[in-house]
Design a protein around this ligand. Structure first.
Ligand code: G4P
Length: 533
């Protein structure tokens, strides 16, 4: 069947889930895959993984190389649409990776714990979504437990995230009294039934239409009264769903449910199908001219948003996760970076959560894994023509900086190479002070140093020591006039460094100092993100 990229793009929904640890992201992911028919029984992911491994090439590659790629992107079809669920690493210390994944998503689901509301990590991730104008759908989870008042939750979203909230459903109580939810647009009640012990799947009950005998018939008087009053208040006092406001990031549709009890998940998925955006045109530079690349463009284009390296030290293979932005990708195609480096993609890895033959083609919104022996970098734009450069994926300023030294002084060169290689992968950032001295390594979270330490030993045979560095903050510096930048670099030599690309970075001793230096040098821009060309 021949399919054109614009039509295929229109039926793609590529999304990520953001949440604070423990809010229920993993459980919801499983619920969505189950709802989408991608897996059949909860908890079956691993078992079926084994079965699939014998069937498809890429799974074999995955097993042989010992990397877990399938969990990073899950593709499933539902109601004639193709969903690509991008997994974002859960631990807060890996947030930089999460940030990058969000650049490859067209929308996000924000999962909140109904008893906790907005937590610090939610806020941080939300800010990244806002930076990219990614529309957000809210799922208020764990309604089967005692929850905060729904008005309070919505008010918190409104005040902390400066976004209108449009409830699509309204819950009937919570915790032990949780009875279900009212569809605010159709006036149908969706009753909640607790799954029986050992029961898997969805406890789907018939919707009860207002005005019929069955309406709220199983609901106790106090819960009914509460629901009728609060739903009325919600309907009158809260904004109605507006597609444009949602797509522009000013309004979030709000769903309620329990991922664990598989309640509200089908409704959430239906909401994504109806309203979440398909791939949109992206800003890019084509042959030096700024333009937008629409999904229907014939040239296959896209960018690498993540690199996963093989954990096996004998093979330094890497898989670059390539988000397709336009065109119809076919197996065997050659894709080029703007610098002219070509990658012949013979063995694209496809990430299905469903039993299916290896797909030989992919469309805008899809993610394929490109195996390579290095040379690919996070943020690289690739295209058939080699002419397209997307606005890069940001590198975030590290929040922790340490000096790194190798115990064996003869291995200094190795250290640099290993750090640069891990830097390419985005595990960490490496800065070389211009006046010499120990390299400075930056990470967004403390756990990244442990990972780094372990990988340096296992993969490069290097025993390293991290020491406190006098610096607390790093900022990429730039200026409109080269002379202004040069003058600044010149007088700040002792605190200047270069990143892996040779871009100038100012290392500050404190956030305060950076503020001060910034004030004294108004012509210089200090940026805590660096967009790769
Ligand atoms: P995360 O990926 O966001 O970190 O959260 P995860 O899904 O792992 O869920 C965190 C905990 O919350 C898990 O419990 C999970 O079972 C529970 N949970 C998720 N959704 C719901 C829900 O709708 N209702 C209730 N009551 N609990 C929910 P755990 O005890 O940490 O793990 P487990 O032993 O249950 O696996």
């Amino acid at each position: 069947m021949s399919a054109d990229p614009a039509t295929e793009a229109a039926r793609r929904r590529t999304f990520a889930i953001i949440s604070h640890p423990d809010a229920g992201k993993t459980t919801l992911t499983e619920g969505l895959l189950l709802a989408g028919g991608a897996i059949h029984l909860a908890g079956e992911v691993a078992a079926r993984g084994q079965a699939r491994r014998t069937k498809s090439d890429w799974m074999k590659i995955e097993r042989e190389r010992g990397i877990s790629v399938s969990s990073s992107v899950m593709m499933f079809e539902h109601q004639g649409l193709v969903f690509n669920l991008l997994d974002t690493p859960g631990h807060e210390d890996f947030s930089e990776d999460t940030y990058r994944t969000l650049t490859a998503a067209d929308s996000a689901i924000m999962v909140l714990d109904a008893a906790k509301g907005i937590e610090p990590q939610t806020l941080k991730l939300f800010e990244v979504c806002r930076l990219r104008d990614i529309p957000i759908t809210t799922f208020i989870n764990k309604m089967d437990r005692e929850a905060l008042d729904p008005f309070e939750l919505l008010d918190e979203i409104h005040s902390k995230l400066a976004m209108d909230t449009a409830p699509m459903y309204w819950p009937a109580a919570s915790g032990q009294r949780f009875a279900g939810m009212l569809d605010l647009s159709t006036e149908e009640f969706v009753p909640f039934r607790r799954l029986e012990h050992g029961e898997e799947g969805f406890a789907v009950e018939d919707r009860q239409k207002r005005g019929t005998n069955s309406y709220l018939h199983n609901v106790t008087d106090d819960v009914r009264k509460e629901l009728e009053e609060t739903a009325e208040l919600a309907r009158e006092g809260l904004p109605k769903f507006d597609l444009t406001a949602f797509r522009e990031g000013h309004l979030t549709p709000v769903y309620f449910g329990s991922a664990l009890r598989r309640f509200g998940v089908l409704e959430l998925l239906a909401g994504l199908a109806a309203n979440a955006p398909p791939p949109r045109p992206l800003k890019a530079t084509v042959k030096g001219t700024e333009t937008e690349v629409a999904p229907g463009r014939a040239d296959v284009t896209g960018f690498i948003f993540k690199i996963q390296a093989n954990m096996d030290p004998k093979h330094r293979d890497r898989v670059g996760f390539f988000r397709i932005s336009s065109g119809k990708f076919q197996r065997g195609m050659t894709l080029k970076t703007a610098a002219g480096k070509g990658f012949n993609v013979h063995n694209p890895l496809m990430f299905m959560a469903q039993e299916r033959e290896i797909a030989d083609e992919a469309f805008p919104g899809d993610v394929i894994g490109i195996p390579s022996h290095g040379g690919l970098r996070v943020g690289d734009s690739l295209s058939q023509s080699g002419e397209v450069v997307f606005q890069g994926i940001p590198n975030f300023a590290p929040e922790i900086l340490k000096r790194v030294r190798v115990r064996d002084p003869l291995k200094q060169k190795h250290l640099r190479k290993a750090l640069e290689s891990l830097g390419e992968e985005g595990v960490t950032q490496v800065f070389k002070p211009v006046q010499g001295g120990d390299l400075v390594v930056g990470a967004v979270g403390a756990l990244q140093f442990d990972v780094l330490d372990e990988r340096m030993k296992a993969e490069y045979g290097l025993d390293v020591v991290f020491e406190t560095s006098p610096y607390q903050a790093a900022r990429w510096v730039s200026a409109d006039a080269r002379a202004d930048l040069d003058a600044f670099i010149d007088k700040s030599q002792s605190q200047m460094a270069e990143d892996v690309d040779g871009s100038p970075v100012y290392l500050g001793k404190s956030a305060w100092e950076i503020g001060y230096v910034q004030e004294k040098n108004p012509k210089v821009r200090f940026s805590d993100t660096k967009e790769r060309a």
